[in-house]
Every structure is written in structure tokens, then in C-alpha cells.
Ligand binder design. Structure first.
Ligand code: PEP
Ligand code: MG
Length: 748
């Protein structure tokens, strides 16, 4: 232990001075070779060598103590080549008493390493990504002890920061391991372009201090943080855990890991060795992660997940503040998965765009991104392994690409594209006060889908006809709970005030599926999208539903009130929901001037109940996101299925025809408020079918109005009819419709 502490103290002095790197413009500082010499002397090794990862997957001998100094900057190994290359390729430690007789050994005469038999090499990683390899060697054949391995791993962690900082100083903006631009094909979720640095969802704050000033004080800090973390865990178990033994056991297991078992003991030891508490958590966690990486046993893998969760909690407790650290404005968020509530949190922190590795375009995070006007892309595997916090990035949801570490030419080109885009937007904005109509004079009602009170200002910005879908659950997700009646009433009143004469359709809570409140007891459901969600919850918990209905009626203050119910599957459900509304309406004064009650059509079973439904509903609105999901039995949240089934396909168009026919027969107002309403070609086809009230994200509205202005609907109807007539089992009619739209220049 004293050995570790002495080494760390000396390293801290060196780091304070900064290191000078070979090949870097000389700005003084300690030569990196001194670090190698210090490590060699403390570990009683004859050789210590540092390899840095260079572009092209090459490991370059960057500093050495004990090998031929002439080899510095000259000896290069490919990742996977030689023992050092194996360490880099596999991320594993190599501890070999007789390295030269290892089958993978590669002899490089210029290094002069012939006399050294034993070798210990460890990966140097930063934020989980390889930046180099650190090795020590001795003449005598020996296996290095566990303590020595741990010591070298600790040095490797510090070295990672040194190499990254050197990369920055040398003008390579993203460190040594990641300087090459990388381009990904992505699925656009929400239109727009963003240029900025990357922030990673779930990544902890960067390690600022690695070596503690006073290990005893640091141990105190750690103790306090552990006590606070245990308290939080206990509270969780006491108050938030759903009933049943299963969840309790899982949490008890987590608490055990948090006890004084192996993980915590090792963190304490690392602090006693001189690391800061944060650095100790990182080092021990990384080490255990490495060792467990190849273990397939599901039980042990679960323990790894527990440990990672605890590491996150402990780091948060050490940080001491609940407040989230500031991020650069306009940063691009990259996440593996992201729920709508998390996206809202990030949006409030000022991100300029988002990429969700495992997201899909119909998922609620994507919908929310469109609602917020936040450029978003997704469905891209392997993105997180290629990116680091702080990397520069271009997110281009127009062309469906994400470029990491773009070079300066590309950045300039995008700056130009952004300029051109704002010009185009200015042209669209000129459409704001024009009536929405087609080239042959058919009037359209273009409305907005919104979910937050502050989005209502988009009504004026876009000149929309009203709000066709107010997703009431979004504000609840943003607030983290279902607000009480006065709070809800105040929110709805603000929306109605801002809308003025323009109609607003409030949809009752559509929670469940992927829209879960943070404290909602996790449901044991095989298939939550088809589970106990949305109106089903409202009907089974009428008190909750009535509170919301009361708040809506109170907000109306005698004005017109439009309420619609989501996920209606039977006419009986619609009636039950309407009865709850009527019961509340009988009690609230002043009564609304007019009460409009509608139903979403998004569960396919309703297609066979349309006449009965429309005899009772004042209006229906087609929820094409869920209708598509349930018609094709294709989960809207599964990225691999995105685009597999087309909205412009015979079964969907037939279903829409049925809705239009039933609506015409009963004189019921029909609209569509799924995401398809905001896509130009789909919107034109909807209008051609007779659905002229379309509700969409604000970002699509002006562009759509401009596109419609030249469309001859009669002509499109003929093209559509021919395409449907000729469709012999076609999965999509998109091709002929698209070529018609392109030929006539309708797709701006
Ligand atoms: C839909 O399903 O199309 C819809 C508008 O509702 P949501 O996307 O909120 O489920
Ligand atoms: Mg829906």
C-alpha cells in the first residue's frame, strides 16, 4: 500500500506539471519517459513501455524506460499483433513469465527486448475505449503478483488521462484513440440538423481528480457517500418497492453488493492506496467489468448490473449534488435507449439534437423530439462504442446521417447548409398567414400535436388551425407524477387561453407502454403496448380519470371543451368513458358552452364497430401510429421493424376508406393525428381520400402547407385509384405516388 501511495503522490506532482509527448510541439513539462522510469523503479521492473493508439488501429511505442530509446515513435504494432496487440484487441491483461516463447510474440529487433523474459501488459482505456497499452518487463521469468497487476492498472487509469490530454494539446481534438471522422447511416426521427459536441446519456461526470490530497480525508468522504447511498437504497426498498418477494429479493441482492463485500472492500483499498474515491470506484468497477466480460452465467451478469448501478449511485452520492451538471448548449445527446421523461430532462438542459441507438421512429421519445422540434435520429447499432463524451458531431436528420469527429471542411459545409435551411424556413414562415388549401382549392385544416403548455406558442408561429391532439400525459411525464386537479386545471386553462378561438382537442391520459411515470410500479407484462394501459387504466381507476375530467371542465370555464379518449377498443369502453365525463360535467359550474366527445381510432377492432361508434361520438381521430402497430402486429418501438410495413399500402388505405365512409354516413368529423399526418406524401394521399383535418408536429406544418399549395387533388386521386387498382398483392403503393409527387415538384 505505501508503495502505491508513494507512486501516486509522485505521479500527481508530474501530472500537475504536465507531460511532454514525442511528436508534440514542445511546451515543456515532464517527458513521458520519466513516467515510465518512475513506474519501472516502483515496480522493480527493468522495462516500462507505453504504447499509444494512433489512427489506423496502430499502437505506437510512445515512451520507454529500459528498451532502446531509438524505437520510440518508430515501433508500431497493429491492434491484434503481438502480445501488446492482443491486449489492445481483447482488452485483457497479459501476465506471462516467458513472453518470448508465447506463440503470438512478435520480435522487433529495434526495441532490444531480447533479454527480457517476463511481461505484464494492461490496456489503457478512457471512458471504456482503448487509448493505449502499458507494459513492464523483467529479465527473470516470473509471474507478476496480484498487487503488482493492480498497481499497473491504477497507473494505466492515470495514463489514460495523460494521453487524452496530450491528444488535445497536440491539436488532435479528441485524444489519441479517436481522431478519425466516422459516418453512420441513421434513421431520421425528427427533421433538422445539429452541429455540436457529444454528451452521452448515462455517462458520469469526467474524472477531474484522480489522486487524493489526503487519503484519510478521502476515506471519510467515501464513508459518508456510502452511508448516504445505503440510506437511499433502504428508502427505495421501504417505500417504492412493489409488493411480492421477487422484487424485494432483487433489491436485497443489490444491497448486499453495497455491503462490505468484495466490491466495496476493493474500493476502500484503492482509496487507502491514494486514489480519490471517484477514481477508486471507476478503477475497481472497470476491473471487475473486464474480468466478468466473458462470463455467460446470467446470475453473475445480473450481479455485474447491480455493481454498475451501485457505482453510478455512489458516484452521484460523492458528487453530493442532486443537480445535474451543465452541458454545452446545443450538444448532441447520444443514448442507447431513452424514455420520453428522460428526453424532456435533457431538452431542458439545452441539447440541440439526439441520437438514440436502439430507438425507433414511432417510439415516444421520437414523437416527443418532433414535438419539441429537436432534430433526432436513431436505429444505429455500435454508435456508443465509437463515440466519446466531447467528440464533435454533425447530426443530419435530413440526409439520415451522423458524422462523428467531422473534419473542418465538413463543419464549414454544414454551417452553410444551416444558413440555407434558415432561409428556406423564412420562406415557409411567409406561408403562415395564408389559408391552407390545395392547388385546386380544397380547404385543409392543419393542426398541431402538442403536449406541453409552452408548445402552444407554436400555434402563432405556424399559423395552425388549432390543436388536433393535446397529449395530456406528456406534461405528467415531465413533472414525474400525475398533477392534482388545480394544477391540471391551470395547465389546461393556459392552453385554452393561448388557443383563443382555435379548437383544442384534449386527449385523456395515455400512460403505460413506454410512457411510464418514474414511480409507477413496474407491471409484470409480457407485452406492455397491448397491456393495461391508456383508457384501460382510466376505466379501472375511475377516480384518477374523473380527476382529470374535472380539471378539464374547470379549465373550460364555460368555453367549448373537446375531449377524446385513447386506445378505445369497444363502443362499450367509449360509452363508459363518456359517462364518466358526463357525470363530472353535471357537477362542474359553469358548464361548458359546448362539450365535444371523441374517440381515437387506433385499435383495429374499432374498424368493425364504426357505425355504432360514430352514432355516439362527435368526432373521431385516427391514431395512425398505434393503428399501424396493431394492424401489422409490428411493435412501433422496435427499430428493426421501422419501415418494414408501409402506411401507403392497400390494407391501410382500405381501413382509412372504411373510416371515411362511416364518417360520411353519420356526418361525423374525422381527422388523423398520427405521425403520418406530418409527412408530405402521406398527407397528400390522406387529403385525396377525404381526410382534410390533419394534426401533426409543429416542425412539419409550414413545409406541408407549402407543399399542398400546388397539389391538384383530383389528379392525385386518379393516380391513387390506378395504383390501388393495379396493386396485385403489393406491400406498398409508394413508388408510383412518389414519382407523381416528384414529377410535379410537390416535395419541397
Ligand atoms: C397514435 O397512436 O397515432 C397517436 C396519435 O397517439 P400516440 O402516438 O400518443 O400513441
Ligand atoms: Mg396512440
Amino acid at each position: 500500500m505505501p508503495q502505491t501511495r508513494r507512486l501516486l503522490a509522485r505521479l500527481r506532482e508530474m501530472m500537475a506539471l504536465g507531460f511532454s509527448m514525442i511528436g508534440a510541439a514542445d511546451r515543456g513539462g515532464v517527458p513521458l519517459g520519466d513516467l515510465a522510469a518512475l513506474v519501472a523503479s516502483e515496480m522493480v521492473a527493468e522495462v516500462c513501455t507505453i504504447y499509444a493508439l494512433r489512427p489506423g488501429d496502430l499502437l505506437e511505442l510512445t515512451a520507454t524506460h529500459g528498451l532502446n530509446p531509438e524505437a520510440v515513435g518508430r515501433t508500431r504494432l497493429r491492434v491484434g499483433e503481438g502480445i501488446v496487440g492482443i491486449v489492445a484487441a481483447t482488452g485483457t491483461i497479459q501476465n506471462l513469465p516467458d513472453a518470448q516463447n508465447h506463440p503470438a510474440f512478435v520480435y522487433r529487433p529495434e526495441t532490444g527486448e531480447d533479454p527480457f523474459a517476463s511481461l505484464l501488459a494492461v490496456p489503457v482505456r478512457r471512458s471504456g475505449k482503448l487509448v493505449g497499452v502499458l507494459a513492464v518487463q523483467n529479465r527473470a521469468p516470473r509471474r507478476y503478483l496480484d498487487d503488482e497487476v493492480e498497481l499497473l492498472e491504477t497507473v494505466a487509469m492515470l495514463l489514460a488521462e495523460v494521453l487524452a490530454a496530450a491528444g488535445v494539446r497536440d491539436g488532435a481534438p479528441q485524444g489519441l484513440g479517436a481522431t478519425v471522422p466516422q459516418r453512420f447511416k441513421v434513421t431520421p426521427f425528427a427533421p433538422g440538423i445539429a452541429v455540436g459536441p457529444v454528451v452521452l446519456h448515462g455517462a458520469g461526470a469526467p474524472l477531474r481528480r484522480l489522486v487524493a490530497d489526503d487519503p484519510a480525508e478521502e476515506a471519510e468522504r467515501l464513508n459518508a457517500a456510502v452511508a448516504s447511498m445505503r440510506q437511499t437504497l433502504d428508502d427505495l426498498i421501504q417505500t417504492r418497492l412493489p409488493s411480492g418477494d421477487g422484487p424485494r429479493e432483487v433489491f436485497e441482492a443489490t444491497r448486499l453488493v453495497a455491503g462490505d463485500g468484495g466490491w466495496m472492500r476493493r474500493v476502500r483499498e484503492a482509496v487507502a492506496g491514494g486514489l480519490t474515491a471517484e477514481a477508486a470506484v471507476y478503477r475497481v468497477t472497470n476491473d471487475i467489468r473486464d474480468r466478468m466480460r466473458r462470463i455467460a452465467d446470467p446470475y453473475l451478469r445480473e450481479r455485474l448490473a447491480d455493481m454498475e448501478d451501485l457505482a453510478g449511485r455512489l458516484l452521484a452520492a460523492l458528487d453530493g449534488s442532486e443537480a445535474l451538471p451543465a452541458i454545452p448548449r446545443g450538444a448532441i445527446l447520444i443514448a442507447r435507449r431513452l424514455g420520453p421523461a428522460q428526453l424532456l430532462e435533457w431538452h431542458a438542459r439545452g441539447i440541440g439534437g439526439v441520437a438514440i441507438e436502439e430507438g425507433s421512429s414511432a417510439g415516444h421519445a421520437a414523437i416527443l423530439a418532433r414535438a419539441l422540434g429537436l432534430p433526432a435520429v436513431g436505429g444505429v447499432r455500435g454508435l456508443l462504442t465509437a463515440v466519446e463524451n466531447g467528440d464533435g458531431a454533425v447530426l443530419d436528420a435530413e440526409e439520415g446521417q451522423l458524422i462523428l469527429r467531422p473534419d473542418s471542411e465538413l463543419r464549414i459545409a454544414y454551417a452553410r447548409a444551416l444558413d440555407a435551411r434558415s432561409q428556406l424556413e423564412a420562406e415557409f414562415a411567409a406561408q403562415r398567414h395564408r389559408p391552407a388549401r390545395t392547388g385546386d382549392g380544397v380547404a385543409l385544416s392543419l393542426m398541431l400535436n402538442v403536449g406541453l403548455a409552452r408548445e402552444v406558442e407554436q400555434l402563432d408561429a405556424t399559423g395552425a388551425a388549432g390543436i388536433g391532439l393535446f397529449r395530456t400525459e406528456i406534461a405528467m411525464l415531465a413533472g414525474g407524477e400525475v398533477a392534482d386537479v388545480p394544477e391540471q386545471a391551470a395547465l389546461y386553462a393556459r392552453v385554452l387561453d393561448a388557443a383563443g378561438d382555435r379548437p383544442v382537442r384534449f386527449r385523456t391520459l395515455d400512460l403505460g407502454g413506454d410512457k411510464l411515470l418514474p414511480d409507477a410500479a413496474p407491471q409484470e407484462e409480457e407485452n406492455p403496448a397491448m397491456g393495461w394501459r391508456s383508457l384501460r387504466v382510466g376505466l379501472d381507476r375511475p377516480a384518477l380519470m374523473r380527476r382529470q375530467l374535472r380539471a378539464l371542465l374547470l379549465a373550460a370555464q364555460g368555453r367549448t371543451l373537446s375531449v377524446m379518449f385513447p386506445m378505445v377498443a369497444t363502443v362499450a369502453e367509449f360509452r363508459a368513458a363518456r359517462d364518466l365525463l358526463m357525470a363530472e360535467a353535471a357537477r362542474v359550474r359553469p358548464a361548458p358552452e359546448r362539450l365535444m366527445v371523441g374517440s381515437m381510432v387506433e385499435v383495429p377492432a374499432l374498424l368493425w364497430q364504426l357505425p355504432a361508434l360514430m352514432a355516439e361520438a362527435d368526432f373521431v381521430s385516427i391514431g395512425s401510429n398505434d393503428l399501424m402497430q396493431f394492424l401489422f402486429a409490428a411493435d412501433r418501438g422496435t427499430p428493426g421493424l421501422a419501415g418494414r410495413y408501409d402506411f401507403l399500402s392497400p390494407p391501410v388505405l382500405d381501413a382509412l376508406d372504411q373510416v371515411c365512409a362511416a364518417a360520411a354516413a353519420t356526418d361525423t368529423e374525422v381527422s388523423l393525428c398520427g405521425e403520418h399526418a406530418g409527412r408530405p406524401l402521406e398527407a397528400m394521399v390522406l387529403a385525396a381520400l377525404g381526410i382534410t383535418t390533419l394534426s401533426m408536429p409543429a416542425a412539419s406544418l409550414l413545409r406541408l402547407k407549402a407543399a399542398f399549395a400546388s397539389v391538384q387533388l383530383a389528379e392525385l386521386r386518379a393516380v391513387l385509384m390506378a395504383a390501388r387498382r393495379n396493386a396485385a398483392g403489393e406491400a406498398s403503393l409508394r413508388a408510383p405516388l412518389l414519382s407523381w409527387a416528384r414529377e410535379h415538384g410537390h416535395l419541397v
